[in-house]
Design a protein around this ligand. Structure first.
Ligand code: HEM
Length: 404
C-alpha cells in the first residue's frame, strides 16, 4: 500500500497538472476540452502521460476504476476539506449518517414543489420575453433547492451568498489554483464557517426538521457530529449542490437548443425529460475530472498500475467513447442512459436524485415555451474542473404547449 503521506504528496502535487498532455490552465483547453480528449483517446482507453499518472478516456475502464476498492481517495487533495471524500470503512458510516434527505424517497416528496417553482421562474422569464437560462433559471433553482434540503435559510442569503460564490473554487484542485484563488477560497471558507457556526448555535437552541438539526442530534446508533463536522458536511453539500447542478442544467438546455428535433420531441412528450437529462450528463457533463489513487498495485484495462499512481477519470471523455456510444458527438436522448458524470460505486453522487428532479423540471418547463437562442454568442468554459455555459440568453416567446 502507498502510505497515506506518499499518496497525499502525489495527489496535491502541482506536478500532476504538469504531467497532463493538455494544459488545464490554458485558454484553448478551457474553451473546448473535447478535442484534447479525442487526441488522448488515440492512446487507448487509458493513457499514461507521465510517471505516476494515468488518464482514463474509456467508458469501461473508467467504470472499473470507480468501482474498484484498490483505487481510493487515500488522503487525497480534498479529504481535509471534505466530509465524504474519505475511504471505507469510515466513508460508509459518514454517508449513512447524512443520506436521508438525499434519498430518492425524500427527494420525490419535493418534486411537486420543484415543478411548481420551476414553472413560476420560467413563466416570469417568458413574460419578460427573454431570459438568461443560467442566472434567471438554473442558479436560483439549484440554490433554493439545496438550501431547502440542507436547512440553510434563504432569508439569510445576504449573510452567506458572497462566501458561497467564492467557495465554488473548492472544485478546483489545489494544483490549478493561483495564489490569489487560494487566498480567496480560504477567506470564503472562513466566512461561510462563521455563518454556519451561528446557524448551528440557533439550531442547538431551537431544533428544526432539517439536516443541520439532525446532524446535531445523537440517535440510538450514532453520536452527534461535532460542530466542525457539521460545518464541513453542510458546506460540502451546499457547494456540491449548487454550481455543478446549475451548470449541468444550463448545459442540458444548450444541448437541446442545438438539437431542435430533440427539443421538439421533449415539448411534445414531457415524459422524455429523464432521458434528456441523462443524455446531457453523458454528452456535456459539468464535472470534468474524478481522481483516484492506486492504494496498492492494481491493474486497469490490462495495464499494470503501481501503488501511488494518480488516476484521473475524465467523465467528458468516457461519455464520448466510440466503443460504447455510436456517433458520440450526437445528442440523442433515445440512446439510453449510460455515463459516469455522477461517479460510480462507493462515492456515487449523493445528490444524484436531487439533480435529476430539478433538471427534469427545468428542461420540461423551458421546452414548453419553444426557446430559441437570441443570437448573442454563447461561451462554454472550463473553470477549474467545472464545465458549463457562462450565459445562455434565450427568447421564450412561444406559447406554452400544455398547462402547468
Ligand atoms: C449535475 C450535478 C452534479 C454532478 C455533475 C456531480 C458529480 C459528482 C461526482 C462525479 C461524484 C463522485 C466523486 C468521486 O467519485 O470522487 C459526486 C459525489 C458527490 N456529490 Fe455530486 N454531483 C452533482 C450534484 C450534486 C448535488 C446536488 C449534491 C448535493 C448534496 C452532490 C453531493 C455530492 C456528494 C456529497 C458527493 C460525495 C459522495 C460520497 O463520497 O459518498 N452532488 N458528485
Amino acid at each position: 500500500m502507498a502510505s497515506e503521506s506518499q499518496a497525499r504528496r502525489i495527489a496535491v502535487s502541482a506536478d500532476f497538472w504538469d504531467h497532463l498532455p493538455f494544459d488545464m490552465r490554458g485558454e484553448a483547453f478551457r474553451a473546448d476540452p473535447y478535442p484534447a480528449y479525442e487526441r488522448l483517446r488515440a492512446e487507448g482507453p487509458v493513457a499514461s502521460p507521465g510517471e505516476g499518472v494515468l488518464l482514463v478516456t474509456g467508458y469501461h475502464a473508467g467504470a472499473a476504476v470507480l468501482g474498484d476498492p484498490r483505487f481510493g481517495l487515500g488522503g487525497g487533495a480534498l479529504e481535509s476539506q471534505s466530509f465524504l471524500l474519505v475511504d471505507p470503512p469510515e466513508h460508509r458510516c459518514r454517508r449513512a449518517r447524512v443520506s436521508g434527505p438525499f434519498s430518492a424517497r425524500a427527494v420525490e416528496r419535493l418534486r411537486p414543489a420543484v415543478r411548481h417553482r420551476t414553472a413560476g421562474l420560467v413563466r416570469a422569464a417568458a413574460a419578460r420575453g427573454e431570459a438568461d437560462v443560467v442566472a434567471d433559471l438554473a442558479v436560483p433553482l439549484a440554490l433554493e433547492l439545496i438550501c431547502t434540503v440542507v436547512g440553510v435559510p434563504l432569508v439569510d442569503r445576504p449573510r452567506w451568498y458572497g462566501a458561497l460564490s467564492g467557495m465554488g473554487l473548492a472544485f478546483t484542485p489545489p494544483g490549478l489554483l493561483t495564489e490569489e484563488d487560494t487566498a480567496r477560497l480560504a477567506a470564503a471558507r472562513l466566512e461561510f464557517a462563521h455563518y454556519l457556526a451561528a446557524l448551528i448555535e440557533e439550531r442547538r437552541r431551537v431544533p428544526r426538521d432539517d439536516l443541520v438539526s439532525a446532524l446535531l442530534t445523537p440517535g440510538p446508533e450514532h453520536t452527534a457530529l461535532t460542530e466542525q463536522q457539521v460545518i464541513t458536511a453542510v458546506g460540502q453539500f451546499v457547494v456540491a449542490g449548487y454550481e455543478p447542478v446549475a451548470l449541468q442544467m444550463a448545459n442540458a438546455v444548450y444541448a437541446l437548443l442545438r438539437h431542435p428535433e430533440q427539443l421538439e420531441h421533449l415539448r411534445a412528450h414531457p415524459s422524455y425529460a429523464p432521458a434528456v437529462v441523462e443524455e446531457a450528463l453523458r454528452y456535456d457533463p459539468s464535472l470534468h475530472l474524478i481522481t483516484r489513487i492506486a492504494l496498492c498495485d492494481a491493474d486497469v484495462a490490462g495495464r499494470r498500475v503501481p501503488a501511488g499512481t494518480v488516476v484521473g477519470v475524465l467523465p467528458g471523455a468516457v461519455g464520448r467513447d466510440p466503443e460504447v456510444f455510436a456517433d458520440p458527438r450526437r445528442f440523442d436522448a433515445a440512446r439510453g442512459p449510460q455515463h459516469l458524470a455522477l461517479g460510480r460505486g462507493e462515492h456515487f453522487c449523493l445528490g444524484a436524485h436531487l439533480t435529476r428532479v430539478q433538471a427534469q423540471a427545468l428542461v420540461t418547463a423551458v421546452a414548453r415555451y419553444r426557446p430559441v437562442l437570441t443570437g448573442e454568442s454563447v461561451r462554454q468554459r472550463l473553470s477549474g474542473v467545472l464545465w458549463g455555459v457562462e450565459r445562455l440568453p434565450v427568447v421564450l416567446a412561444g406559447r406554452p404547449g400544455t398547462e402547468d
